[in-house]
Write a protein that binds this ligand. Structure first.
Ligand code: UTP
Length: 288
């Protein structure tokens, strides 16, 4: 079996990054020289995923446009002799097949995933949250796909977080059956510091099977009237049908200002063309 499709929910309001996101979708804010969403799609492509299902809303069509041709701009670049830039923007349009589904009301991440049901058929599907960035030599979603296909089980990605940050995440209680791989025995949403079953926090990478949709359908709105993906994952845990994999790589939650800015510095420092200058300027800024 192969996994071809990835659901990427991008329909949220992005209130955590206001006022920047008043009209610009959070997923289109730049990190270094690309919008956030391009990194997510690049990770999907690197893992062999070919079809991206954006769960989107009426104000975010610009996200789909980013992965399409811009022929007028190409003509301008051609006249200016900037052929390398034509290739740069063409390559983005040719990365993946884009499918767009509207989430007509922002009823939460679980509801966004449920909106993609009609295009998922009977196959397992990857899910990547549109503002969650993972950088590393192996695409994070690919690490989950390998395990999901080998074990025929849904898998969530986890990272180890400091003890004082467990209250920001869904934390798993896991039984390690191979290095970095866990059978999930429980999930606690945002436990109080000191009360968490582990420091293994779920991040926005999942591989799910079609049974997730029947669980999502039954989920009642929880915190803030939203349908939570975690509630459907809990239902899988009850059936002993959820694994977790500790992801290798550097993770940034681009929906949070300090993390967003840190991701920019990280990508800037990884660019040989600007590394030295950026380091010099950062040192000057830090030394005041
Ligand atoms: P967030 O929890 O970051 O929500 O969603 P948000 O609405 O974008 O941001 P805040 O909380 O107002 O700052 C995680 C991902 O799930 C998508 C978002 O677009 C984001 O990529 N999402 C969230 C949906 O697609 N639909 C929803 O109803 C909620």
């Amino acid at each position: 079996m192969k996994i071809k499709k990835v659901i990427v929910p991008v329909a949220g309001w992005g209130t955590g990054l206001l006022p920047a996101t008043k009209n610009v979708p959070k997923e289109m804010l730049p990190i270094h020289n690309k919008p956030i969403i391009q990194y997510v799609v690049e990770e999907a492509q690197a893992a062999g995923l070919t079809d991206v299902v954006f769960v989107t809303n009426q104000n975010k069509v610009i996200i789909q446009d980013h992965f399409d041709y811009n022929l007028a701009l190409e003509r301008v670049l051609e006249r200016a002799g900037k052929l390398d830039l034509i290739k740069t923007i063409r390559d983005v349009a040719e990365m993946v097949t884009v499918i767009a589904i509207r989430q007509k009301e922002q009823l939460g991440l679980g509801h966004a995933v449920l909106c993609a049901r009609a295009v998922c058929g009977d196959e397992p599907v990857a899910v990547m949250v549109g503002d969650d960035l993972m950088f590393g030599p192996d695409p994070a979603i690919g690490q989950l796909m390998d395990v999901a296909l080998a074990e025929h089980m849904p898998v969530v990605g986890v990272i180890e977080v400091p003890e004082n940050q467990v209250d920001k995440y869904g934390i798993i209680q896991g039984e390690e059956f191979a290095p970095g791989m866990y059978r999930v025995r429980g999930v606690v949403e945002k436990p109080a510091v000191g009360k968490a079953p582990s420091r293994l926090a779920m991040v926005g990478r999942y591989v799910l099977f079609p049974d997730i949709f029947k669980h999502l359908e039954k989920c009642k709105p929880g915190v803030g009237g939203e349908i939570q993906l975690t509630d459907a994952l809990q239902a899988l845990v009850k059936e002993n049908r959820l694994l977790a994999v500790k992801l290798k790589g550097q993770r940034f939650d681009a929906g949070d200002w300090p993390e967003y800015l840190a991701a920019n510095v990280y990508m800037g420092l990884n660019d040989p063309a600007m590394r030295d200058l950026l380091k010099k300027r950062l040192t000057e800024v830090l030394e005041g």
